[in-house]
Design a binder for this molecule. Structure first.
Ligand SMILES: [Zn+2]
Ligand SMILES: [Zn+2]
Length: 223
């Protein structure tokens, strides 16, 4: 993944990444020696199914075949769903937004529309802006580029990067959300439209009792 600046706007451009195979190869499958490739037991013992295999074949470390994912090249195309290299993540702009509010159900349980969210029992609320930003920048788990990019022309391989990454701190935690077009107000409206954690429990229970997806219903109107 590369970060490119075109006309003052930042784009994530996907490149290639290493395949998950072994240098373009994978272990092959050979007929199961127990059942001779039939996947059945002799004389229908057990329930008639070979216990050593699933479909008459087993993986053999003696046989290498060309990987079908990368066709042996050991390279696969990245998409915006791949995780962002730490140096790109750290080079983004971050801004803190504080509000005297509780955590929402969505922030607590789902994180829809968020890069991620956390219930930290007020730790972020007690920290300085600089301290919070440093902590968020250091986040070393996988951040999918799609969570802070807007795909360009429907492409899953080029994304317009958000103006900045907003860190929305409440009394009980925070959510990390992309802010596009300088429109932080729409993000704040979104947060306000999300039911509180307590209200979410009530809505979720009611919807669930009616046979619906209570968790999603409790998340509110989601982006
Ligand atoms: Zn077998
Ligand atoms: Zn491969």
């Amino acid at each position: 993944m590369d970060l490119q600046i075109i006309d003052g706007k930042r784009f994530i451009v996907c490149t290639v990444t290493s395949c998950t195979c072994m240098n373009g190869k994978l272990y092959g499958r050979v007929p199961c020696p127990t059942c001779g490739g039939t996947a059945r037991t002799k004389g229908g013992k057990g329930k008639g199914r070979c216990r050593k295999c699933f479909d008459g074949k087993i993986v053999s470390t003696d046989v290498l075949v060309v990987c079908s994912r990368c066709n042996g090249s050991y390279e696969v195309k990245e998409t915006l769903y791949n995780s962002t290299p730490a140096e790109i993540w750290r080079s983004l702009d971050f801004k803190v937004n504080r509000a005297d509010r509780g955590i929402t159900w969505n922030e607590s349980f789902l994180g829809v529309g968020c890069v991620w969210s956390s219930c930290d029992y007020g730790r972020a609320a007690a920290m300085s802006d600089e301290g919070v930003i440093a902590k968020i920048k250091e986040y070393d788990s996988a951040v999918q580029a799609i969570s802070f990019c807007c795909p360009v022309e429907g492409s899953s391989r080029v994304g317009l990067v958000a103006d900045y990454i907003g860190i929305f701190i409440s009394r009980e935690g925070y959510s990390v959300r992309p802010v596009f077009n300088g429109d932080v107000d729409s993000v704040i409206r979104q947060i306000k439209s999300e039911p509180s954690e307590e209200m979410g429990r009530v809505i979720g229970a009611v919807v669930h009792s009616l046979g619906g997806n209570g968790v999603l219903a409790a998340a509110g109107k989601l982006v």
